[in-house]
Design a protein around this ligand. Structure first.
Ligand code: NAD
Length: 498
């Protein structure tokens, strides 16, 4: 049965006044299953006004009370876990266990936000001068906005709003129009958890509402996750309008396999990291850089039968469940198929061709494996965001490291080796934000911060963890001296602490 997704403004599900709607497809069948309102600029202004009103009281609510809302929210999300995971799978297409994993990683940020009273304690120095004390406090910034991608409809919003709200801000979430249901459902559960009306608003839509969030003077901070061209646009526009911005972009993550690596471990890591979620993860491994032809030959020989045997099918399929679901849309499927065509045309060797795999009208493609990919090829330089793994053969470690460092993206990387000295050299010299040692997808835990380098991020502060708290608060430092020191009279030289 077809459904319609509207907005959540001022604590209520609000029917959109827009005349524009987007289609929500079931990627496993290719059938339209619902519609989403593409809201108007005026509706976004309503949400900003609501968030601004709500900020006045929420920012003064004790952090302990705000944390208790987060504890209840976490409880409710756990109670509705299977329903939420099914919803992710139905709109995004990823397999059910992967959707559950996404929820777990998102809920870890809620757990982190539950510790907010401790995180906001600030700093205090007694006697910075005689009779003078100084303390720093972290105050919320105001109305914050989050614009999120399709590939993690629960986890990426959960990187943002739990920390923002716990810090005392109000928030407007603009989810991906491709899988918008999760955002609305989480807003309802937060209300049930006791969040006051207007503290979290969800506005569905596209560029029209995003541009309001980037330019309205009442919005103080913008968090974005998505593709690099849009991340750059978000950063340039919002910062030109005086906002603080964290904008995370695309990726091309390399896994370096050294000749001394445990090859079976490397192969199983590559299978999950390259083909899990059909490669639609910003931390997916899309390049295996293999040092030495002998290692590459052995690796390809082990990978080939496993890639051919991947169970591809609907995310909510039978038990045992499939390993790889469909891609998000017909257009994206055509784009990924086009990259496989391109790789062949560029002269890479196609060891496994996923283009033959299909299931009815769903947006399916099988896993593809290219060997002998060159750094000049488009399939090496560009983000494909699909189940296509490129093997690049490197003569030695230094060449491999240089290739990673010269790539325009720097989100995640990993090295597989049994040598501690090589691993140490790699972690210190590699120009990438998140690095794994024998760990293929090194996504930092919620109490650390998540973010890449180079064109995978715009703005200095990463998501969640300590950086998340810094991003969603302003530091204020108070230096105080009490009246008796005034007896000394006025000072006309530059004040220094005595
Ligand atoms: P996208 O850039 O197309 O869309 C992201 C968001 O921006 C959506 O909410 C969309 O509605 C909005 N948007 C799109 N075009 C816009 C425009 N012209 N003006 C204003 N807003 C616009 O990204 P996507 O396809 O949803 O997600 C996939 C991309 O996200 C990949 O590149 C992936 O690497 C990246 N990603 C990065 C990370 C990370 O942590 N670095 C995490 C997840 C996804």
């Amino acid at each position: 049965m077809s459904y319609r997704i509207d907005n959540f403004i001022d604590g209520e599900t609000t029917e959109s006044r827009s005349e524009r709607f987007g289609a929500i497809f079931d990627p496993a069948t290719g059938q339209q299953q619902g519609t989403v309102a593409l809201s108007t600029a005026a509706e976004c202004l309503d949400a900003i006004a609501s968030a601004e009103r709500a900020f006045a009281d929420w920012s003064q609510t004790p952090p302990l009370v705000r944390a208790r809302v987060m504890f209840r929210f976490k409880e409710l999300m756990e109670q509705h876990r299977d329903e939420l995971a099914r919803l992710i799978s139905r709109e995004h297409g990823k397999v059910f266990s992967d959707a559950q994993g996404e929820l777990t990683r998102g809920l870890e940020v809620v757990e982190f936000a539950c510790g907010i009273p401790h995180l906001l304690k600030g700093e205090h120095s007694l006697n910075v001068g005689r009779g003078v004390d100084s303390h720093s406090m972290m105050q919320p910034v105001g109305v914050c906005a989050g614009i999120t991608p399709f590939n993690f409809p629960a986890m990426v919003p959960l990187w943002m709003f739990p920390v923002a709200l716990a810090c005392g801000n109000s928030f407007i979430l603009k989810p991906s129009e491709k899988d918008p249901s999760l955002a609305l459902r989480m807003a309802e559960l937060l209300k049930q958890a006791g969040l006051p009306d207007g503290v979290l608003n969800v506005v569905n839509g596209d560029k029209e509402v995003v541009d309001v969030l980037l330019t309205d003077p009442r919005v103080q901070a913008v968090s974005f996750v998505g593709s690099t061209p849009i991340a750059q646009y978000i950063y340039a526009t919002a910062s030109a309008h005086g906002k603080r911005v964290q904008a995370l972009g695309g990726a091309k993550n390399h896994m370096l396999v050294m000749p001394d690596a445990d090859l079976d471990q490397a192969v199983s890591a590559l299978m999950g990291a390259a083909y899990g979620a059909a490669g639609e993860r910003c931390m997916a491994i899309s390049v295996a850089l293999v040092v030495g032809d002998a290692t590459a030959d052995a690796l390809v020989a082990k990978l080939k039968p496993l890639v051919e045997a991947l169970r591809v099918g609907p995310g909510l399929g039978p038990i045992p469940e499939n390993e790889m679901g469909p891609l998000i849309s017909r257009e994206h499927l055509a784009k990924v198929r086009g990259y496989v065509d391109q790789g062949v045309a560029e002269g890479a060797s196609l060891v496994v061709d996923g283009r033959g795999v299909s299931h009815g009208e769903g947006y399916f493609i099988g896993g593809s494996l290219f060997d002998r990919v060159g750094p000049e090829m488009r399939i090496y330089r560009e983000e494909i965001f699909g189940p296509v793994l490129a093997i690049v053969r490197a003569p030695d470690y230094e060449t491999a490291l240089r290739l990673i460092n010269e790539h325009e993206y720097g989100n995640g990387t990993a090295i597989f080796t049994c040598d501690g000295d090589t691993a140490r050299d790699f972690t210190t010299r590699v120009q990438v934000g998140m690095v794994g040692v024998n760990v293929p997808i090194p996504v930092p835990m919620a109490f650390h911060s998540f973010g890449g380098w180079k064109r995978s991020i715009f703005g200095p502060l990463n998501m969640h963890g300590p950086d998340g708290v810094r991003f969603y608060t302003r530091m204020k430092t108070v230096t105080a001296r009490w009246p008796q020191s005034l007896r000394a009279g006025a000072e006309f030289s530059m004040p220094t602490m005595k």
